[in-house]
Write a protein that binds this ligand. Sequence first.
Ligand SMILES: C[S@@+](CC[C@H](N)C(=O)[O-])C[C@H]1O[C@@H](n2cnc3c(N)ncnc32)[C@H](O)[C@@H]1O
Ligand code: SF4
Length: 313
Amino acid sequence: MPSALPDGEPVPESGSLPPSALDGRESSPLGFYLHVPFCATRCGYCDFNTYTASELRTSEGVLASRENYADTVVDEIRLARKVLADDPRRVETVFVGGGTPTLLPAADLGRMLAAVRDEFGLTPDAEVTTEANPESVDPGYLTQLREAGFNRISFGMQSARPHVLQILDRTHTPGRPEKCVGEARAAGFTHVNLDLIYGTPGETDDDWRASLESALTERPDHISAYALIVEEGTQLARRIRRGEVPMTDDDVHADRYLLAEETLTAAGMSWYEVSNWATTGDAAARCRHNELYWTGADWWGAGPGAHSHVGGV
Ligand SMILES: C[S@@+](CC[C@H](N)C(=O)[O-])C[C@H]1O[C@@H](n2cnc3c(N)ncnc32)[C@H](O)[C@@H]1O
Ligand code: SF4
């Protein structure tokens, strides 16, 4: 099988970074990606590195559990401090992704963020995001996140249509993600994203239009719209192979992408990256952490689904 590793130097086994990676770092922004690999249920389309068990065991014992996961991430952040040694940079973006980060208590996410702040410091205008599943938060939880220093939140909506949500195995009630946008605003979040998926088997153009319009009702300042990828090894791929659900065709995907662009532009948003739209004319509405990847800046990743990139390594 061909290697899936990108070009570039591999990480040295000692965990240290070669001098070439450490040269000229100060000119590049630094971000953190903190991965939380737990979900309440596995969506049939998703092949992310995530687990529904609350405790991961091997014959040698417990590898990770929801209970001690934040401590493990804090240890990794301290390791990053050691490896980056005298790096003077403060962190410009933190992104907590999943899995479902909001399955952990808000205080645990707050502790992870505090470790980044204590070890590296955050810039005064740092963007601090967490992903969240709509059914896993309530106003009290959102307020706690805000108090801990999170200022951006991204909810997985995917679709407004019950039959589409059902094919995707999504467990939230239709309408709940849109309500989450209002609750996040009330808790003090200025930046709110909704994730949508188009091209689900059985979805029509009208379904997709309705999802876009519904996503816009509470005026989030960011929308991510992803073409459904049927990933090998997922339940959805098996269902398609067995002929239980149809495969969506590429032309349908292309038409829905154009419909997204048309609808979101008409609603005052602008496309700025393959799958992302943000409020027109408001640079702060774009996801800076995402832009950091696209511009090849530096980020430190912690967690089993994370990778890091420092100075080309
Ligand atoms: C880590 S998940 C977001 C957080 C949360 N776990 C959720 O699902 O609400 C990131 C996003 O990736 C997208 N995604 C995951 N698997 C995908 C696939 N096979 N095709 C297209 N988009 C996918 C979904 O829109 C999902 O919201
Ligand atoms: S899409 Fe989100 S909630 Fe569903 S399994 Fe993947 S990470 Fe978990």
